[in-house]
Design a protein around this ligand. Structure first.
Ligand SMILES: Nc1ncnc2c1ncn2[C@@H]1O[C@H](COP(=O)(O)OP(=O)(O)OP(=O)(O)O)[C@@H](O)[C@H]1O
Ligand SMILES: [Mg+2]
Length: 207
């Protein structure tokens, strides 16, 4: 049996990850390709508890290193418990955020540096790296407009402000630059359907 394809979606809040994942899932289902969608840092019992710690506004004294280690802890759990077994069974895994989020948020935006984050990413995933990553790129202005129209209440991380979100975007652009084989940058300001067509055509080549 072939190993399943491991696909991740990245980008700042409101860039369209969840929308595009749903469309990709429908496409895979229509082709009879077994798949599962996973959201970081949750998706396991342990991971969901870590996620609550990360998003709780009461934890305003959480240090950047604690935040990074908590994300990596949740990642290690989800890789071992869910992602690796699914891929080994030939199931295509789609992850809503994965280790490039740590690089962009903690490494670049929080200023921890990309070296430490790459190292911890590698420890957490133990060789289970994504085959392909879609970085859905929109401007910070577009992100804010979309989230407003969705009526979101911001959580602890999202309430960090516009300049923080711009740094996150720069972090993703950096990641896409150093790992251009794996990370495909998609201009995500276009229509939902045109973005979905681009993603499906790239995935079709890999199936
Ligand atoms: N290409 C698009 N053009 C315009 N609006 C879009 C597009 N894609 C998604 N949207 C809308 O933008 C909002 C955010 O989309 P979505 O929830 O898919 O983003 P997300 O990346 O999953 O966000 P988050 O990081 O907050 O989970 C939704 O209201 C969605 O309908
Ligand atoms: Mg989403």
């Amino acid at each position: 049996m072939n190993r399943g394809l491991f696909i991740t979606f990245e980008g700042i809040d409101g860039c369209g990850k969840t929308t595009q994942i749903e469309l990709l899932r429908e496409f895979l289902d229509s082709k009879g390709i077994a798949n599962t969608v996973i959201r970081e840092p949750g998706g396991t019992e342990v991971g969901e508890k870590i996620r609550q710690l990360l998003l709780d506004k009461k934890n305003s004294d959480m240090t950047s290193l604690t935040e990074l280690l908590l994300f990596e802890a949740a990642r290690a759990q989800i890789v071992e418990e869910k992602i690796k077994p699914a891929l080994d069974d030939g199931i295509c895994v789609i992850c809503d955020r994965f280790y490039d989020s740590s690089l962009a948020y903690q490494g670049v935006a929080r200023g921890m540096g990309t070296d430490i984050v790459k190292m911890l990413n590698n420890v957490a995933v133990a060789g289970v790296d994504p085959d392909i990553t879609f970085f859905l790129d929109i401007s910070v202005e577009e992100s804010i407009a979309r989230r407003k129209s969705r009526g979101d209440e911001s959580d602890r991380i999202e309430s960090a402000g516009d300049s923080f979100i711009e740094k996150v975007r720069q972090g993703y652009l950096y990641a896409a630059l150093y790992d251009s084989n794996r990370i495909r940058t998609i201009d995500a300001t276009g229509s939902v359907d045109s973005i979905s067509s681009q993603i499906i055509s790239i995935i079709s080549e890999r199936l």
